[in-house]
Design a protein around this ligand. Sequence first.
Ligand SMILES: [Zn+2]
Length: 382
Amino acid sequence: MERRGVLKLVGGAAGAAVFGASTMGNEAEEPPRPERTDEESPPEPSRNEKGEERLRRGEVGHELVGVGAHDLLANDELGELLSRLERESDGAVSVEVVGESNEGREIHSARVGEGDVDVLAIAEQHGHEPFQAEGHVAALGYLGTADRSDVRELRRRITLHAIPRVNPDGFAARQRVNHAPDAPENDPEAGLHTREGGWDPNRYHRYDWEESTLYRNRPEEYPENPVPESRYVVELAKEIDPEWVLDCHRQGPHVDSNGDLIDASIGWPQNPDVPADAQKRSQQLATVLYDRLPEVEECHLTEFTAAGEYPGIARNAHALAGHGSVLFEMSTGTRGGIGYRIQLTAEALLVAALATADGSLHDADPSRVEEIPAEWGTTVNL
Ligand SMILES: [Zn+2]
């Protein structure tokens, strides 16, 4: 099976799980949901020829643990696939270039729906955290092409914006940070969040740059936000004023105190200056994900307890600007393989979008975040 066919299948399976396999009196028949997406996928060799070739050419820095290079959408493939989605959805999905990375790679945003309520999902700020972009594409593909009245209704009510791969340079280099070899040494006190090779995009989501720690410390050196990837996200958020921002990452393999795998962890704003309504919306969204995701996919979710108060981190920054803001951290070690991870990310997006469109997000009890196990677990060394 062609890989893009696999992604399409994942999108359909994720959608069938969230929206239901029945057609709700509709014309279209959903394909039966596979028992588990992985079993529908072709056997996955650790590397295929293409991956081998790219490794030889040095286009892929190193193979990720347990993941063959062939399992990922390369940057150019991601762009091509989004364009194809735009064509095949008859315009239901539209794609734009929001900006260029330091190495000149295009950073894409995609939009589906034409409702008055805007929401924003972003992924892969950290370049070495794969399968989030693939999950976004699967969700966009489902929402853009499913011939169902409830999906059409969703498209009438909300507009979902997504930046599936915020940091394509980091992806190419298989590194957390963006590409900025001249970035100064890490000095968080001064507002410098760097690692060798670049800046950490998830520390620079400042709506007012002059309030940032870095500007306050070094206004002449940094009159503007030096991290383009973060600027593009903030610019889009300012433009669309989203009800919420869902920030998708990949954490390590985690096991809780009972020995159960943690498939994903959910975080919400921790900064004490977040306005009450933004915190409420964030916690409502966290609650919805915690309640609904296990209904559509076997998974064990916990709280991302490592969250801090730093105002430049996406989950704090977007909430400080008045939006709901939630972190979704897929684990490296999950009960299913790659297909499962892509599907769970897609389902998280679909669950959030559906709850926003049908209004159930607003009925969720934000205090129920207390019920999410406050356990990030132990990282397992692989
Ligand atoms: Zn991350």
